[in-house]
Design a protein around this ligand. Structure first.
Ligand SMILES: C[S@@+](CC[C@H](N)C(=O)[O-])C[C@H]1O[C@@H](n2cnc3c(N)ncnc32)[C@H](O)[C@@H]1O
Length: 393
């Protein structure tokens, strides 16, 4: 019997016969604990089977978050659907698809945005091409998304006495105990952490997807100094109204009080920059004041500007990578910023959404002439704040 047929005919008995409680439950609990899902986050559960992860994930992300379980077995999904209905797991959606042909756009549509978390428990070792399935899954996730793989290998040490049993059991489920799919994280994630459970039989790995591609050829990143102010003003004012027109003297002052001020240089000329404030800065800005009043430890991006000639080269993402790295190194919980709603800036809103930012408020500023959406994104690896997705003040 092939593994596809096994999960078709065995779906109804899967929970009872899969040694979930005596052996395998601990693996999913540990992975979800390490991922630390937050209210409002979107989770892709690859090869979700009967949805044993779903009560745990729902409890963490509800009420605004969403869990999308993907599996190729109609019968396993039917059990998952019944579980969700019976237990009121209204954040759970289910999608029937072969993981090797998973359509990332469809996943993003079902989740209402790119995934913040991708998890695959006891499933990649069953698939014919785990690397392809994993690549397709993470293609539906945002940069910096947290990821987890839980899978099996033969037990070691004293527990190797039960290795033949484990092999027989895994073989019945169609798993290849020599596949070691968690190694995919070594190539696709950063900050990989691991746990080994049940005599090494269960391997848990978590990490985060990189924030950005590497710097393009010929571009360097360096700290800004107040003497850059004239060049900054040219770049800044060319980007208005997305950022306020600001004289060089004020930009020099901003660089002086910034917690982080970085410039991108090509051939000796600045082609982009970011200026960000730590909490407690002596900075009179209505939007900074909003986030300070919110009380969450944050790194506030006052402005991020890329020269028109460099747009499309991922330089904005490069700068945000540096911002998130600095926020992570300083132990901050969020990166915050605002994007104009009026005058509208849909391109910037979509860009920030892809990076995992959510709106935590709106406000009219500059005497009512500009309305902004106030955005926050959890810093990967930090114990994220509760982002109340879509709320407005
Ligand atoms: C052992 S079960 C694990 C289910 C669940 N992740 C868990 O932790 O209980 C493996 C699941 O992987 C699914 N599966 C196997 N190959 C697949 C593929 N190529 N695409 C989608 N699902 C697949 C099976 O249908 C089955 O539901």
């Amino acid at each position: 019997m092939g593994s596809r047929e096994r999960y078709r005919s065995g779906a109804r008995l899967y929970d009872a016969l899969s040694a979930e409680w005596p052996v395998y439950r601990i693996g999913r609990i540990e992975a979800i604990r390490m991922l630390d899902p937050q209210p409002g986050e979107r989770v892709l559960d690859l090869g979700c089977g009967t949805g044993l992860n779903h009560p745990l994930l729902h409890a963490a992300v509800a009420p605004h978050g969403r869990v999308l379980g993907v599996d190729r077995s109609t019968e396993m999904l039917a059990v998952a659907r019944r579980r969700a209905e019976r237990r009121g797991l209204d954040s759970v959606r289910l999608l029937e698809s072969d993981a090797l042909e998973l359509d990332a756009q469809r996943v993003v549509a079902e989740l209402g945005g790119p995934a913040d978390i991708v998890i695959a428990t006891y499933t990649l070792s069953i698939m014919a091409d785990p690397a392809q399935a994993w690549q397709r899954a993470i293609a539906a996730a945002r940069p910096g998304a947290r990821v987890a793989i839980v899978d099996m290998q033969p037990p070691t040490g004293a527990a190797r006495l039960v290795a033949p049993l484990a092999r027989a059991f895994a073989g019945f489920g169609g798993a290849d105990l020599d596949a070691h799919p968690w190694r995919l994280l070594d190539r696709t994630a950063v900050g990989v952490r691991g746990r080994s459970l049940r005599g090494d039989h269960i391997q848990v790995r978590t990490g985060a997807l990189p924030m950005t591609p590497a710097l393009p050829d010929g571009v360097t990143l360096r700290p800004l100094v107040p003497a850059d102010a004239d060049q900054l003003a040219v770049l800044n004012d060319a980007a208005a109204p997305a950022v306020p027109v600001t004289p060089p003297a004020d930009l020099a002052e901003l660089v002086g009080i910034a917690g982080l001020a970085l410039g991108l240089e090509r051939a000796g000329r600045l082609v982009g920059f970011v200026i960000a404030m730590r909490p407690g800065a002596d900075y009179a800005s209505e939007n900074y004041a909003f986030f300070e009043a919110r009380g969450v430890d944050h790194l506030y991006v006052d402005r991020i500007v890329i020269a028109a000639s460099e747009r499309g080269a991922s330089l904005g993402a490069v700068l945000y990578d540096a911002v998130f790295a600095a926020a992570g190194a300083e132990g901050r919980r969020e990166v915050t910023c605002e994007v104009n709603l009026d005058p509208p800036n849909p391109g910037s809103l979509a860009f920030h959404e892809r990076l995992g930012f959510r709106s935590v408020g709106t406000q009219a500023t500059k005497g009512g002439t500009v309305t902004v959406s106030l955005l926050a994104a959890a810093v990967p690896g930090a114990t994220a704040a509760s982002l109340d997705g879509g709320a407005t003040s």
